[in-house]
Design a protein around this ligand. Sequence first.
Ligand SMILES: *Cc1c(COP(=O)(O)O)cnc(C)c1O
Length: 414
Amino acid sequence: MGEGLLAAIATAVGTPVYVYDAEAIRARYGRLTRALQGVPHRIHYAVKANGNLAVLALLRSLGAGADIVSAGELARALAAGFSPRDVVFSGAGKTREELERAMRAGVGAVNVESPGELALLDELAGAAGRRTAVALRVNPDIAVDSHPYTRTGELGMKFGVSCEDVPALACAVGRSPWLDLVGLAAHIGSQILDPAPFRQAAQRLVALADALRRDGHEGLRILDLGGGLGIGYAGGEADLDVERYAEAVSGPVVEAGFQLALEPGRYLVGPAGVLLTRALYRKRSGSRRFVITDAGMTDLLRPSHYGAYHEVTLIAPDAARRPVEVVDVVGPACETGDFLALERALPAITEGDLLAVHGAGAYGFVMASNYNARLRPPEVMVDGERWAVVRERETYAGLLAGESPGRAARSEAE
Ligand SMILES: *Cc1c(COP(=O)(O)O)cnc(C)c1O
């Protein structure tokens, strides 16, 4: 997306605003599917990374299925036109109501994460008289090198069931007249740049699945390796090499005669999005220089929550000629932890300047909040030279929708 186009969008729509590049999403999806050419596979896009309907519809049109973690994401996936058969339902804490909805919609598979969930699903499937496909989410106990909040595949974490519990759960599925065991699933974490732990996870799933097949679970065909494919956030940092990744995971899976399934989120959409924001004020405090922007942690939480690095650039014709200074780019929320970038060398920014925060297409808008009663930003999809607002900026009426002062506290005290 050219700077001229981004500046035009910021002027027309206002800031802060998320802008997504359809061409970039197509290119990334294409690269991943080319890397998996010849490998029987299925890609279920992880809706939680970016659930905008336009993003979902684009990925569906490219051939992706959807990986959801709530009934809300099911509603989004269906509204974007996904066939329920192409949806898999993940998540450690699915409620009865969510499982019922998913089953009634006819989702392709439920990735079950605990004995209690399995018993509940069995009960619901029986009551509805609906056969339901199940994959068991396994915790393969593999350590990965990513932020502690985004590691999920080690023992001692809330996700999946440990390997030694899998045979008993598989038997429970086998005994149910309503459940079919179609696969095993794992998701070892997020933002992983090294293919090696993915290969280990694949090997562990293959070993478990082979043993289950020998025990008579012949319907077990799919090994779902989850998402976690990392991207380069800092300038010059490379994405996970998807060709090496594809080789690492498909080798063991294909050799053993299973189908591969993946649930990438960040990889497909992260680099395709920017958050545009304007500098409101400059100030100094002690030895630090601050640029206060109209976007902050309520729009993009990753810097505050994960200490994540996002490239920030100044969009101005004379940006390259301005002197460089080191600044903290901070948001307007009443929190010291509200920042977009700390100690960043940037061309001298003046009030009113437009900034682009890069790599904001995944875990950006979806983590936005109304803290400080701030309106969540709009989202724009660019396709070549054309663009459209695909989600309006929230309104003050929308902010208050569904809420009322109730009986005044005063009358209750009387
Ligand atoms: C979060 C998540 C994903 C997607 O992770 P990315 O790092 O965005 O690829 C996939 N599967 C499951 C089960 C998840 O929880």
